[in-house]
Design a protein around this ligand. Structure first.
Ligand code: ADP
Ligand code: MG
Length: 641
C-alpha cells in the first residue's frame, strides 16, 4: 500500500477544492449563482432536502391506518436513522422552512421537548451533520472570526443597487475585526478584501456551536459571545477590536447552528443573549464594542418538567415568546420501536445471537409502558392497533378507531420506559448469561430485575411488572406455541391454503344455499357442516353467529376478487387466525409429547430433529437457542392438556 500516494492525492483534491479571491471575484461568483449568499436556515433546508423529499404514500398501509391518510412529507435524509418520528420531523422541517423564508420562525428558537431517550439529541445531531455533509461551500471574509458574509463590506448607500444587480438580499454589518482590518490594511478599499471558501465542522468549531448545560458557577457569558484578551489590554484600548476573542458559541455558530443542550438547566440570566440574537439578529460583543450581526439557527432541547418549571416563571415571558416548542414523544408504534433497537444493536459491538422475538418482547414492553389505559380495549390490543395490526375478537376484526384512542389519551408518549432502559437490559441479559445468545425470556428477566431495582414509583413498578410477568409472557407463549406447532406441520403453507379453499367452497355453498360439486367425482352433496364448524370454533364462532360469519367471509372474498385482487388464506384476518389455530391444534399433542419427553423413540427423535431444523433454517434460531426455547416451551406450554 502506498501511503504517501494516498496522502498526496487527498491533499491535491482538497487544494483543488479550495478557492480564494477578492471581494470582486466573489461578486462575480454571485452574479452566476446568487444562492451562494443564502442565510443559515435556507442552507440547512437545502442541505436536508437535497437527499430527497417524498410524501407518505396513500397506498402505504401505515399512511392509511396510522396517519389518517394525512399526506405527510418525509425526508430521505432522516430515513435510515429515525423510525416512527415522521410527524416530529415534519414539524421540525416546517420550522426550518418558514425560517428560511424569513417568516417569524427566523426569529425564534427551536425547542425540542420530550422525555429522556426520545431522540432529541439525535435529531439535533442529524441537523448539524446535514451542514457538515452539505455539498455547498460557504464563502466568508478571510480571517474573520465569525466567518462573515462578504457582502457586509458593501456600504449602506450601495446596497440597494447591488441587491437589484445581483438579485440578492443583503443584511448585517461588518464585524469590528474586519472593519479594523479594512481600514488599516486595505485603506477602506473593500473591493480588495480577500474572500475564502469554507465548510462546516462541529469539531473544528466552524459554523456549528454546542453549548452544554452549565451550573451557576461556571456559567459565563463569554462562552456565548467571546471575551477580551486581558493580556492585550495594556497594549490596546478597551474598544480596540484587537483585544477581542470572538470564540463564543454565537460567534462560532454564525451562519450555521447554535445548539443549547438541555437548555433550561442553565440560569435564565445566562440565556438573555438569545433574546437579542433572535429579536435583532445581533449579539453583544465583549467590552465596549458594538453589537455583532448573527445569522444562525438556534436549536435547543429539554425535558418536560424543565419546560413546565420554566414556563411557570412569569419573568421568563420574554424568552418564552421566542420559543417554538416541538414535542418529541417516544415512539408508540411497535414495529418502528423495534427498528430503533435493531439500529442500536447494529451500531454497537454486540455480536451475540438474538433468538427470534427478543427485540419484539423488549419493544412491546417499552411501548406498552408508554400507553395510557383505555376504556375501549386492553393495553395489548391498543398496542397492536397503534401498530396498524388487525385484532380479531369474537370472529371479527376489532373495530376500534385509532383516532378515538389517541383523542382519549392526549398526552401519550411523554413518559414510560426509555430506549436506554431497554438497551441496558439487553446488555445485562448478555453479560449475565454464560452463552453467546439471548432469548426473549432472558431479556424479560433482565427487564424485571431492572424494574425492581430502578423504578421508584410504586404504582408504576406494579404496572410495569404486570406487563412483563403477565401480558408479555402470555403473548410470547402464544407466539411460541404457534411457532413450534408450525414447525411440526409439514408443508404448513400448502396445508393452510388447502384448508382455506375447502372452507370457502363449503361456506359459499352454504351461504348461497346450493349443493357442492365434489371436485373429483362431480357428485353433488351438501356443505360439510362439521368441517365448517371445526374451523369456526377456533375463534369462538358458535350458534347463530355462524351464518353471519360465513356470509361475511364469502362477501369479503368476492369483493376482493371483483377488484382483481388475489385471495389466499391470509386475506381475511379472522379466517386466517381460525385456520392457523386449527392447524396448530392438530399437531398439539404430538408437539407436546415430542418436546416434553426425556427419552424419545426413533420416530419421535426424527420429528424432533426436523422441528429443530425448521427453527434454525426457517425461523432464524441457532441450534443452541432453539434447544433452550423448546425446553422453555415444554415447561410452560400445554400444561392444561
Ligand atoms: N425514533 C427514533 N428513531 C431512531 N432512533 C431513536 C429514536 N428515538 C430514540 N432513538 C435513539 O435512542 C438513543 C437515545 O436518544 P437521544 O437522542 O440521546 O435521546 P434524548 O436526547 O431525547 O434523551 C439514540 O441512540 C437515538 O438514536
Ligand atoms: Mg439528550
Amino acid at each position: 500500500m502506498d501511503f504517501l500516494k494516498i496522502i498526496k492525492n487527498q491533499r491535491k483534491e482538497s487544494t483543488k477544492e479550495s478557492w480564494s479571491g477578492s471581494f470582486i471575484d466573489y461578486l462575480k461568483l454571485l452574479q452566476e449563482d446568487s444562492t451562494v449568499t443564502k442565510l443559515a436556515a435556507r442552507r440547512l433546508v437545502d442541505a436536508i432536502e437535497s437527499y430527497g423529499v417524498e410524501s407518505l404514500d396513500e397506498a402505504d398501509p401505515r399512511c392509511r391506518k396510522l396517519f389518517d391518510s394525512d399526506k405527510l412529507r418525509t425526508y430521505k435524509y432522516f430515513r435510515d436513522d429515525f423510525y416512527g418520528h415522521e410527524r416530529v420531523i415534519a414539524k421540525l422541517m416546517r420550522f426550518l422552512k418558514s425560517a428560511s423564508l424569513k417568516g417569524e420562525e427566523s426569529r425564534q428558537v427551536l425547542l425540542l421537548m420530550g422525555p429522556v431517550g426520545s431522540g432529541k439529541s439525535a435529531l439535533a445531531d442529524a441537523v448539524k451533520k446535514a451542514l457538515e455533509k452539505a455539498a455547498e461551500p460557504v464563502y466568508h471574509l478571510e480571517g474573520c472570526p465569525v466567518r462573515e458574509e462578504p457582502l457586509h463590506l458593501l456600504p449602506r448607500s450601495l446596497r440597494g443597487q447591488f441587491e437589484e444587480l445581483l438579485g440578492v438580499h443583503i443584511e448585517g454589518d461588518l464585524c469590528p475585526v474586519c472593519r479594523f482590518k479594512l481600514m488599516n490594511e486595505f485603506n477602506g478599499e473593500y473591493e480588495k478584501f480577500p474572500v475564502v471558501r469554507s465548510s462546516f465542522s462541529q469539531r473544528a468549531r466552524r459554523g456549528i456551536a454546542v453549548v452544554p448545560p452549565m451550573d451557576a458557577n461556571s456559567q459565563d457569558v463569554s462562552s456565548l459571545i467571546g471575551s477580551e484578551d486581558i493580556s492585550k489590554l495594556d497594549k490596546y484600548s478597551e474598544d480596540d477590536p484587537r483585544v477581542l476573542n470572538l470564540n463564543g458559541a454565537f460567534n462560532v455558530g454564525n451562519r450555521g447552528v447554535v445548539e443549547f443542550v438541555e437548555i433550561f438547566k442553565n440560569e435564565i440570566e445566562f440565556l438573555h443573549t438569545i433574546l437579542t440574537a433572535t429579536q435583532e439578529k445581533q449579539v453583544p460583543t465583549p467590552g465596549k464594542n458594538s453589537m455583532l450581526y448573527f445569522d444562525g439557527v438556534i436549536i435547543s432541547h429539554c425535558n418536560e418538567s424543565e419546560w413546565n418549571r420554566f414556563k411557570s416563571e412569569h419573568t421568563n415571558e420574554a424568552i418564552l415568546d421566542r420559543v417554538v416548542k416541538i414535542e418529541v414523544p417516544y415512539v408508540l408504534e411497535l414495529t418502528q420501536e423495534m427498528k430503533i433497537y435493531d439500529k442500536m444493536i447494529r451500531k454497537s459491538d454486540f455480536k451475540a445471537h438474538l433468538a427470534p422475538h427478543t427485540i419484539k418482547v423488549a419493544a412491546m414492553f417499552s411501548v406498552m409502558s408508554r400507553l395510557r389505559q383505555s376504556q375501549k380495549c386492553d393495553l395489548l390490543t391498543k398496542m397492536k392497533i397503534y401498530d396498524g395490526q388487525e385484532v380479531v375478537e369474537k370472529g371479527r376484526t376489532k373495530k376500534v378507531d385509532i383516532k378515538d384512542l389517541r383523542d382519549e389519551a392526549k398526552h401519550e408518549g411523554m413518559d414510560g420506559i426509555s430506549t436506554r432502559f431497554i438497551t441496558k437490559a439487553i446488555d445485562s441479559a448478555l453479560t449475565d448469561s454464560d452463552k453467546n445468545f439471548i432469548t426473549p425470556m432472558r431479556v424479560v428477566e433482565a427487564l424485571i430485575k431492572q424494574v425492581k431495582e430502578q423504578i421508584v414509583d410504586e404504582d408504576k413498578k406494579k404496572a410495569y411488572l404486570e406487563i412483563l410477568q403477565k401480558t408479555i409472557r402470555e403473548e410470547y407463549l402464544k407466539m411460541l406455541e404457534g411457532e413450534i406447532a408450525k414447525a411440526f406441520v409439514t408443508a404448513y403453507e400448502e396445508q393452510a391454503q388447502s384448508l382455506f379453499d375447502n372452507y370457502m367452497d363449503n361456506a359459499e355453498a352454504y351461504t348461497t344455499k346450493q349443493k357442492m360439486k365434489d371436485r373429483v367425482t362431480s357428485e353433488e352433496r351438501a356443505p360439510d357442516e362439521r368441517f365448517l364448524q371445526s374451523i369456526e370454533e377456533q375463534i369462538g364462532i358458535t350458534g347463530s353467529a355462524r351464518d353471519g360469519f360465513r356470509a361475511d367471509v364469502t362477501a369479503f372474498m368476492f369483493a376482493k376478487m371483483r377488484r382483481g385482487q388475489k385471495v389466499d388464506y391470509r386475506s381475511y384476518e379472522p379466517l386466517k387466525e381460525a385456520i392457523e389455530s386449527y392447524l396448530i391444534a392438530s399437531v398439539k399433542d404430538m408437539a407436546r409429547i415430542v418436546t416434553k419427553s426425556k427419552s424419545r423413540d426413533n420416530e419421535q427423535q426424527k420429528k424432533y430433529s426436523e422441528m429443530v431444523n425448521t427453527m434454525v433454517n426457517d425461523y432464524g434460531y441457532t441450534p443452541e437457542s432453539a434447544e433452550e426455547i423448546i425446553t422453555f416451551a415444554s415447561n410452560n406450554l400445554w400444561r392444561d392438556s
